[in-house]
Design a binder for this molecule. Structure first.
Ligand code: HEC
Length: 504
């Protein structure tokens, strides 16, 4: 946490969190390479339907077992399939980005053979080659969406690759360097995760805020909240939240009975109103309010009948209350978030005890006797599995080889050298530079990714800068010592994560 102020300075306001990028809601959702990454789907079939459409075939690939949350990461980048195209002979890679994939389906798709020949499936990892002819975005981001990445450096192959993408796969082609695109492969700026900014805007209701000159200051990313008593959407835009987490509609209905006795319980209804106001102060409403969302809310929404909380699953309520872990989404520090704390709860709140008390009672009413003692799965999908990832030894040509940082998979936006036992880097702001980060190099989302081959402590060509240490040289590495190399194509899109011995 001590690093937060530093980060804030570094990015000139970015904090923020949750997931990554994704769908530019009203523009080209089908082209977005990744779906969302929040929460995993619901535990019980009722009261709503499947969270994302799943292609009908593969009857043996049922919804995964609820006891195995890692199997459950159906949103976000699930992994990649590396294969060789039997027609062109070229190396290709398929990144499973659509929210309709399950881990099991993606793996089966790969081993069955994307182009007839079976491929190698790597869970969680993104696609990337040192030189790419281009990338082809196919399908729906809320269904079987995927990105095909074509290795190669021969411009003569470009035309065939474009036809393969657009005519045969029905996708949208973005050229790599040999075909006239960006010089370094990787996630382009138009799709990269963007950091939240603190926006100080005039108060929508005319009542002076606590910011400079009576403005109201609000972090505009996921987990950002405006001043208590105000609405997030009056003070900040949802655009950043949509880019970070990925918005898509998932229709449900709370279905509260008109004669539900809680409706006559004034005290209960007052608490519902209070929780609603807490949600309205935060960016959660960007996707969880029918008044705001471009094409319908993502599951629960605050206009859903007199008690919208009835549309939230048991696990979802446990997430709100912090009984179910959702730490991997990251959080703003409470002092920087208008008094809204997310360190112990999933829903940012100005009163942790009050929120937990209400939700404990509500869960007990639903028959969950001791909500704190339940074995809830952790929320965060790929963020959770990335946080829990245990690195193994790097391949011989990966790490610091002959003085140069090397990794496979092409252009990166974030490269870390960490102590061998450091935690895995996670989402900004608070999990972005874990304890034990020795050296961290990155580019701003608006700049192009960078490739491998530069010396430890020096910067690659282009716009990359040293994010840690904030000043001064990179710490000296000890020969014979093991370090952890962590390379991200983009936030939550790892390319390489392994341990190497520094050979001096
Ligand atoms: C950019 C869109 C977006 C924002 C912002 C967002 N969510 Fe969500 N949320 C979703 C989507 C989409 C789903 C449905 C499926 C999934 O998990 O991807 C979801 C599902 C959930 C669920 C699961 C519901 C259930 O019944 O199990 C919870 C809980 C949740 N969100 C809490 C929050 C909280 C708390 C916030 C604010 C801090 C928030 N969300 C902000 C998009 C968003």
């Amino acid at each position: 946490m001590t690093r937060l102020p530093l980060l804030a300075v570094l990015f000139a306001l970015p904090l923020l969190t949750a997931c990554h990028e994704g769908v530019d809601a009203d523009e080209t959702p089908a082209d977005a390479p990744l779906g969302g990454v929040d929460v995993e789907p619901e535990l019980d079939p009722d009261p709503f339907e499947e969270p994302a459409p799943t292609p009908a075939e593969d009857p043996d690939l049922e919804e995964p077992d609820l006891d195995e949350p890692d199997e459950y990461d159906v949103v976000g980048l699930l992994g990649r399939c590396l294969y060789s195209n039997p027609f062109s002979g070229g190396d290709e890679c398929k990144a499973y980005t659509g929210t309709g994939w399950t881990l099991a389906r993606a793996e089966a798709d790969c081993t069955d053979g994307v182009m007839g020949a079976p491929g190698r499936f790597d869970a969680e990892l993104d696609c990337g080659f040192e030189s790419e002819l281009g990338r082809c975005a196919v399908g729906e981001s809320d269904g079987d969406g995927h990105v095909l990445v074509f290795a190669g450096d021969d411009p003569a192959s470009c035309q065939g690759t474009v036809i393969g993408c657009e005519t045969f796969a029905g996708g949208r082609f973005s050229p790599g360097a040999p075909c006239g695109g960006e010089t370094v492969s990787g996630v382009p700026s138009s799709e990269a995760f963007i950091f939240g900014e603190q926006v100080c805007a005039p108060p929508a209701d005319g009542v002076a805020g606590a910011g400079p000159d009576g403005t109201v200051c609000t972090w505009d990313g996921i987990q950002g909240c405006t001043e208590e008593g105000r609405r997030f959407v009056d003070q900040a835009s949802c655009d950043t939240a949509y880019r970070q987490r990925g918005y898509y509609p998932v229709p449900i209905e709370a279905g509260t009975a008109p004669d539900d006795p809680r409706l006559d319980d004034a005290e209960y209804m007052a608490e519902v109103e209070w929780v609603t106001a807490q949600v309205e102060s935060c960016s959660c409403t960007c996707c969880h309010s029918s008044a705001i969302t471009p094409s319908g809310p993502s599951m629960w929404f605050i206009e859903d009948g007199p008690i919208w909380l009835d549309g939230v699953s048991d696990a979802g309520l446990a997430m709100f209350a912090g009984f179910a872990d959702s730490e991997s989404f990251g959080a703003y520090p409470v002092i920087d978030n208008n008094g809204f704390d997310r360190s112990r709860t999933g829903l940012p709140t100005t009163d942790t005890e009050r929120l937990q008390r209400f939700l404990r009672t509500e869960l007990q009413r639903r028959g969950v006797a001791d909500p704190e003692a339940q074995d809830w799965y952790a929320f965060g999908g790929p963020l959770v599995s990335q946080a829990r990832f245990e690195p193994e030894v790097c391949d011989a040509d990966v790490g610091i080889v002959d003085g140069a940082l090397t990794w496979s998979g092409g252009g990166a936006r974030y490269v870390y050298v960490l102590e061998a036992d450091a935690d895995n880097p996670g989402t900004p702001p608070n999990l972005f530079q874990p304890e034990g980060t020795l050296w961290h190099v990155m580019v701003d989302p608006s700049d192009a990714p960078f490739g491998p081959g530069f010396a430890y402590g020096e910067l690659p060509p282009g716009a990359a800068f040293q994010a840690l240490p904030a000043e001064g040289p990179a710490p000296t590495l000890a020969p014979g010592q093991t370090y952890y190399l962590y390379v991200l194509a983009d936030i939550i899109r790892p390319l390489e994560r392994c341990l190497f011995v520094y050979d001096g």
